[in-house]
Ligand binder design. Sequence first.
Ligand code: ATP
Ligand code: MG
Length: 588
Amino acid sequence: MARLVRSYWAAADGHRRRAARLVVLVGLSALLEGLALATIIPLLSAGDVPYHLGVWTLEGNGLRVLALGAFVTIALLSAGVRYAAETQSLRLMAEVEQGLRQRITGLLLRMKWASFLSLRLGDVNAATLVAANQITIGTQFFFRAAGSALAAGVLVLLSFAIAPKLALFTIALGAFGGATYHFASRIGERHARALSTRADDLGSSINDIFANLKFFQSTGNVARSEEETSRAYRDYAWAWFRSQRYNPLMRLAFEAGAVVFVGGLLAFALVTEGRFTPTAIVFLAMFARLLPRMIMTQEWLHIARIQRPWHDAWLERIDSIDEAPRHRIDGGRSPSLTESLACDHVTFTFPGAEHPALINVSWALQRGDRIAFVGESGSGKTTMLDVVSGLVTPSTGTMLVDGVPLGELDLEPWQSRIGIVLQTTPLFHDSVLENVRWTEPELDRDRAMHCLEVAHALEFVERLPDGGNTIIGEGGGRLSGGERQRIAIARALYRDPWLLLLDEPTSALDVRCEEAVLEALESLPASLTTLVASHRNRTVLMADRVLVLEHGRLVDDTTAGGMVAAESETLVGAGAAPAPAHRRRSAV
Ligand SMILES: Nc1ncnc2c1ncn2[C@@H]1O[C@H](COP(=O)(O)OP(=O)(O)OP(=O)(O)O)[C@@H](O)[C@H]1O
Ligand SMILES: [Mg+2]
């Protein structure tokens, strides 16, 4: 029980005031309800005994009217307070859920990219959506149960005040309820832990399948996936059933106990009093209100308890994310790229990797230069671009932007002036134009169309059913690889970048498209500094300088012309048809 309280006390962090208000309001409504019932006693006994209230003595009709008035007023007040308690409960739920989601999303967004890669995407979904929801349900039920327990306590006290001997039965019933709760909840909690793990696994495997549906469909894996998911759903459903089935059992035990209790109570009243006194009748009425509260307290506590494993798992996850290194955002200085960009003795090792991905790499360029990084797969080209963008922080060494270490700059303003085209392009189920605008606040249609034109994408965009407004499907699934890549280039240009980072920008293009895109890239403004990582000779030809990486080390610094002449072995792949000597771009 102490662990339960600790868990939900922690889950309600930041919302404890509202939780306390909820508990107090539920208790208050019970108190009012009990008082309303107590006012019936003079109603029932009126005529027999006069009632003394201060200087007044009430009897007969005066007493009846007053008691009835009090009953109606207090009962109405109790209903109002109950309504307020319900509202508090709903608000608590909304706030807790929002708070949990905000907290974990904030932590995930600030995780260092290299550390984030160790998480499963399905787990991220599960933590932000499912777990937050489950914990919220647990929190709400925990505080409702606390309120309900308080209400039951108040009603028990009132019954003591009315009929102390009869109230002893209530205590006995409460003890019996406590025992059944303890028994059922222990088993339920064990099953609930299994359920929470299964839910995580389920989320991840569904995510894996639908994120890669094309692969599953084209490799003849649909039936197998269906079988696997059905099995997982069935396991989950049974795990859920097992965790829940003690609820009705507890209720059954409690209700059976209550029947025995009422029978005993009536027998006791008959034996001791010889008849049902007004007090015994009111006591029974109060008990009729108390019984559902006892059942509720027990059931809600049980729900809170079987939801607790979600909270524990979530806390563990939060802790591990919290301990992961943070993506640094504020360096304190505004960035500019008017002169130079330099990489000074940079070494970088991915968390957990045995070998560094970059080893003591140094280079420098002037604004407007175009540099190509070449090298075999795994030589560190992409990692080099990630160091430049600030996505990863060098283990040792420094990136210098206009002579200022990147670590001293505000990172987001720097990154907002970088146009990136990745090996695989993230595109969304939205229009072409919205995809070009993505991450920029406003859509300037003319500007977006212009960027599409520069990226040599306009020709196919105009042929789409709705032109720039055509929805391109999840991941741009309704476009070819080359078309997707050209939209990515238009997007990179749309932000008016200082620096273009192109990671295999033409890897998905045929020779004709590649030629078109490279021409577009070559005709960009002279002030636009460009770093390109590529295997392909033709792409490299757009660069003034070629830096050759080998197992993370910089082993050569040459020109594209020299590169082609030497026919370096590090240049591999298609598109290697000897191209005309490197053409100096024209400033636009
Ligand atoms: N998240 C990661 N964790 C551990 N090691 C990584 C991670 N990402 C990349 N590496 C390793 O870092 C090295 C450099 O990888 P990088 O992606 O920079 O190569 P690349 O030159 O871009 O290769 P490619 O031409 O195949 O794109 C590789 O040995 C790779 O295995
Ligand atoms: Mg790469």
